[in-house]
Design a protein. Structure first.
Length: 294
């Protein structure tokens, strides 16, 4: 599949993998920061979100208020919501071609799915999340941000969706699950020729070496480690790109046997590690429920 990627040349092959969580954490500068990007992130935020920066600020406000109160974002994440979450997820859009359909697995608080919807109104995005309280937040956020026409919220696990919604051009995940399991869950949801984009950390290159053969058996091409946001954020975001070359029955069976995507290390409280961002997969879902937006 030939793709015209958006966002210029911000993404490039990884020479020395260093992911979104490889840098030292920002200092806790204020107990009550505002939702606007801090001075050191303002230029990057403007570059990523452009004329939709005000909408990104509204989403930041939701994350820093309801997101914290409802346990989707850890309270210590508020001062670094732009650096660690919004901008870090937003630069992934450089890898997604214009008008693509995107399925975000284990969306949690909407990272990266809602961020991509804010930055790229041309995308059609499905947010997949198994836990009811997270899908409630996602639905409310989508409506509050006026994204109903381009974003759909689905309650369910990735493996429950195989053979359901139309295959996506791009499947995204921000997770710490090993790549072999992540590929088993996500590749069956991508169209043949479509791609899995997994936002990873400093161990991305090691994971690729460890799980390369398993990914190929699951129908994926040779994984590529790509650094996104070069010249925008430091360090750049690390994304593992896997093209789905062919449909493989074992990939569907593997995804069905596996538990849902778990954890992204976004700072959710330790008690919430079972699912979503800070615990994506979770048990406790009563089955797939699809809510169309718009």
């Amino acid at each position: 599949m030939t793709e015209s990627r958006s966002g210029g040349s911000g993404c490039g092959p990884d020479d020395q993998s260093s992911g979104p969580h490889a840098s030292p954490p920002s200092s806790y500068a204020s107990p009550d920061p505002g939702p606007e990007p801090p001075a050191e992130s303002a230029a990057a935020a403007s570059r990523v979100f452009g004329d939709r920066l005000d909408l990104a600020v509204r989403y930041a406000r939701l994350l820093m208020s309801d997101g914290v109160v409802r346990g989707l974002i850890g309270p210590r994440e508020a001062p670094r919501i732009w650096e660690r979450h919004l901008i870090n997820c937003g630069v992934m859009s450089e890898m997604i071609f214009y008008g693509a359909s995107v399925m975000d697995i284990g969306s949690g608080a909407g990272l990266p799915g809602i961020v991509l919807a804010v930055a790229r109104p041309d995308l059609t995005i499905t947010l997949v999340e198994p836990l009811a309280r997270r899908t409630a937040f996602l639905s409310e956020a989508v409506t509050a941000l006026g994204l109903d026409s381009t974003v759909t919220v689905v309650r369910g696990r990735a493996e429950e969706l195989v053979g359901g919604p139309p295959a996506a051009d791009v499947v995204t995940a921000r997770a710490v699950a090993p790549l072999d399991r992540l590929a088993g869950w996500c590749l069956p949801l991508a169209a043949v020729g479509g791609r899995l984009l997994a936002l990873k950390g400093a161990s991305a290159a090691d994971e690729v070496r460890e799980h390369r053969q398993a990914i190929v058996r699951l129908g994926g091409a040779e994984p590529a480690v790509v650094r996104c946001g070069q010249g925008v954020i430091e360090p750049p975001a690390t994304v593992v790109e896997i093209v789905r070359e062919r449909a493989v029955a074992s990939a569907v069976r593997a995804s069905g046997r596996s538990r849902s995507v778990s954890g992204s290390g976004s700072g959710a409280p330790a008690s919430d590690r079972r699912g979503g961002k800070g615990g994506r997969g979770g048990r406790g879902t009563t089955g797939q429920r699809r809510t169309r937006r718009g």
